[in-house]
Write a protein that binds this ligand. Structure first.
Ligand code: ZN
Ligand code: ZN
Length: 570
């Protein structure tokens, strides 16, 4: 896997460098798409080259394939060197700062010889920055805020990136442990995780620890003892800690190391008030151990039902549990379909048929194929004619799938004046209209979103805040206003489940739900291989306390009851 992410990283850097140099957006996007495809690939790219199957990978054309081969053969990529000429690698890091786009970075580089984070800090303290054309005090303040956000976010990894690795490790270790589970924020399905904690119980801890530190993916052993070890993984430098505990206290340890800290503090205080002591070894009254083997019994001793890990944030879950009001959270198996999937008509890599097959494989009853609209040129947005062609093709493919309803959808851009990117006559032919902002992030976003919500044909607003977990912090938007309006008009807000977005996030989704806004999960998949991001969307929903009835994805699709009608009348 590490070769895949190495090359993906190079392609991403080429795209960044070309963008700073003001190159053609189509070329920039070809590299970005290739980086994404490689990042999502489950097979080793070296294997694909060796067996001559690299060309079969969609999104990797001949030119890109040659560059991959060159790199695997020589350890160098001449296109990368060419793109980077005159730029320092550290300059590209600046693009990850929320609020700093390629144009500003180019300006800083050209006018003030900014080449690194350190240079940027120097200029933020000085007075030259403010005088650059188009900058001014407001923008400088924004950059300062972005920089602090960026430094903060650096230490954490998106959940969707950590999960496959943890699952792989646990699978490798399962034969050496009687019980094993992730703990910490990963078990709570938090959107980003710091270090990864794994907890296990085993009759031979030595063998388990030895297996762990010698996994082929381990790059460095940071610490190793009889019941604990810490390693750094080759993939993306994750740190993983393994703890082995006795069977008799496994449940207490799992509860303790799952956290959150705030949840545990409250639990401990509550226990103390009734004369109990609770720690990682068990629940005790005096010297007597009352519970510890399972998490269930730990909570039970405290007269609580087992609280789902996703809720353990001290956001009222203990109070709700005490009064018997814990919500019955939505589950992945409740999901009947995905609202937001791109096909190869726009910037996706798979055909409609391939996507439909994958959706059927997942047991879905419906799938919304939503491609970009005309003005999103960099993502090959569909002209009106191409959209019509696509709808015709969908009619033909639909006949092959009697058990899966293909929903005609579009991710329509909200233009700078708040109007939509297709005429109403065309929108009226769609089953699902998803409106989204992809351009002009700083231009009166709130007003544009409100206007889109008012449009009678809009069903869902996609990624309502525009934030990226590993990048920008999102639009300047009055989300409260947007939510109130969405509730009033019964337009759904999306929980975008793409691993780098998770937008709305848990807190905002909970707020939206409490205001009566319908919520819809879409994976924003650009290939069939990422439909599984649905689990991340469901995790956000669960962390937002959502039940089955709060999500449109749990409903069957019927022609008489499209999204709008089902939410607007009921
Ligand atoms: Zn989008
Ligand atoms: Zn999309």
């Amino acid at each position: 896997m590490s070769r895949n992410s190495e090359i993906a990283d190079l392609f991403r850097k080429i795209a960044d460098a070309l963008e700073i140099k003001g190159e053609n957006p189509f070329r920039v996007n070809a590299y970005r798409q290739a980086a994404r495809v490689l990042g999502e690939l489950s097979e080793d790219v070296e294997e694909l080259v060796l067996s001559g199957r690299l060309k079969e990978v969609k999104g990797i054309g001949e030119g890109l394939a040659e560059k991959i081969q060159e790199y695997l053969k020589t350890g160098r990529m001449s296109k990368y060197e060419e793109a980077m000429s005159g730029l320092s690698p550290e300059l590209l890091v600046l693009l990850q700062i929320p609020g700093l786009g390629p144009k500003t970075v180019a300006l800083l580089h050209e006018k003030l010889q900014v080449n690194s984070l350190e240079d940027l800090r120097r200029e933020l303290d000085g007075d030259r920055l403010i005088q650059l054309p188009g900058l001014g005090p407001k923008k400088v303040e924004q950059i300062k805020k972005g920089l602090s956000l960026f430094q903060h976010g650096q230490e954490r990894i998106p959940l969707g990136q950590a999960l496959p690795l943890v699952r792989h490790i646990i699978q490798e270790l399962a034969g050496y442990a009687s019980r094993i589970s992730p703990a910490g924020s990963l078990r709570r399905w938090k959107e980003t995780v710091g270090d990864i904690d794994i907890l296990a119980s085993s009759s031979s801890p030595d063998a388990l620890i030895k297996k762990f530190v010698t996994l082929p993916e381990v790059q460095e052993v940071l610490a190793q003892g009889e019941t604990r070890a810490s390693v750094r993984m080759a993939t993306d430098g994750f740190q993983v800690d393994l703890r082995v505990v006795p069977e008799v206290s496994y449940g207490a340890a799992l509860q303790y190391f799952t956290g959150s800290k705030a949840h545990n503090v409250k639990l401990r205080t509550m226990a103390a008030a009734s004369g109990f002591k609770i720690n990682e070894y068990g629940v005790f009254k005096g010297e007597r151990r009352l519970a510890g083997k399972t998490e269930q019994e730990v909570y039970q001793v405290l007269h609580l039902p087992l609280i789902p890990p996703e809720l353990r944030e001290d956001r009222g879950e203990i109070e709700a549990a005490l009064s018997g009001k814990l919500p019955h959270l939505v589950e992945l198996s409740d999901i009947q379909g995905d609202f937001h999937v791109h096909s190869s008509y726009s910037d996706g890599t798979d055909s409609i048929r391939t996507l439909a097959l994958a959706a059927r494989e997942r047991g879905y009853r419906w799938l919304a194929i939503a491609d970009h609209s005309v003005s999103v040129k960099y993502a090959r947005g569909l002209s009106q004619d191409s959209l019509k062609q696509k709808l015709d093709e969908m009619d033909r493919i639909q006949e092959e799938f009697p058990d899966l309803r293909l929903l005609k959808a579009a991710e329509v851009d909200i233009l700078s004046d708040g109007k939509l990117d297709y005429p109403d006559s065309l929108l009226a032919r769609l089953d699902v209209v998803i409106a989204a902002i992809h351009q002009g992030f700083t231009r009166n976003v709130t007003e544009r979103l409100l206007k889109a919500i008012e449009h009678p044909l809009v069903d869902i607003i996609a990624h309502p805040t525009g934030r990226l977990l590993t990048g920008r912090s999102g639009y300047q938007v009055d989300l409260e206003k947007v939510m109130e309006h969405a509730a009033e008009k019964s337009v759904a807000l999306e929980i975008n489940a793409y691993y780098d977005r998770l937008d709305l996030d848990d807190t905002n989704a909970r707020r939206a739900c409490s205001l009566g806004v319908p919520l819809a999960i879409g994976t924003d998949s650009h290939s069939a291989s990422t439909l599984h991001f649905m689990e991340l969307g469901v995790a956000v929903a669960r962390r937002a306390w959502l039940t089955r009835k709060d999500l449109l994805n749990t409903r069957p699709w019927s022609k008489k009851q499209p999204v709008q009608k089902s939410t607007r009348t009921g």
